[in-house]
Design a protein around this ligand. Sequence first.
Ligand code: RAM
Length: 363
Amino acid sequence: MSERKQRRQFLAAGLRGGLLAAALLGSGLLGSALLSCKQGGSSEANDQAGGHPEAKGVRVALVVKNLGNGFFEAAHQGGLEAAKELGGVEVIYTGPTTPTAEGQIEIVGTLIAQKVDAIVISANDPDALLPIAKRAMSRGITVLSFDSGLAPPGRAFQIDASSPELIGQKQIEMVRATLGGKGEVAILSATAQATNQNTWIGVMKAALAKPEYAGLALVDVAYGDDQSDKSYREAIGLLRKHPNLKAIIAPTTVGITAAAKAVTDQGLVGKVFVTGLGLPSEMAGHVHSGAVDRFAIWNPIDLGYTAVYAAHQVVTGKASGKPGTSVVVGRMGTLQIGSNGDAAMAQPFEFDKSNVDQFAKLF
Ligand code: RAM
């Protein structure tokens, strides 16, 4: 597909998601909270489910790494869009306040007791959640992971926003382009156990070992735990520890924002560049200030839409969810589940001064 066509599709999808979210907000649907989970969360039913958890609809729990993260809030919007389109689907949006496996284990336990139909989780740890995920499956609950994967025995399949190779490679390519191929770089990640970030870091390290990136030296990897304050402190630590640092790559929307703020507060704009994965709505100011030259992300609204849509298809028997099969996911087309049980969506999309404002309105 040409880059231009891809861009048009991406924008169209984003626009649809954004407009729908606005419509939902207008109708007050986003305000209703039906499920009370200890760690917090909310539940919205579409018109058909009538807003009652006991209504004969499909109940899909979207368990995120933690609440209060704009990335997952955008995914939630997409999930609501899928529910509305499918009819009879209730989305239970929930997650711990801090991104821990323990918090998610407790939540999944509650969801099993509530006999939800599906649990779609972005896992804070691929293995620690395995026993509880298996218990959910043994009770007939469809378990999928999205964004940050569960180990294969704990889920039917994993939905990646993009292929891990493309996401990792993209970040190294961006830092190379910004630095002209030369300089010390550090990574500021999310939690040390996050499946998605760890996979991308593995790809980044492998890329940096190639001769074409010989001028770039990875000097440190720090973890801000997807908490703004800790990420900020870790970024400041990296800047102090490595006086010759030229770039921080943060493969997390929380980390990239904190790192850009740290670079700005330390008066290092133009000397140290921040790149990685960010939300245009959170990055626009930093792109205009020059703290961030370029960054990338996929459409989180589309990811949430796909996750909820796919869960519905498996719950209702329209898809088996088995490796090597496919799942029809509404306006996103068809999701191919690879032989390894992973399904990847689109390419990460790059943002800079020329397009960040346009997308900042969407997510
Ligand atoms: C943060 C989370 C999420 C990741 C994005 C890029 O919001 O860590 O899992 O996919 O960043």
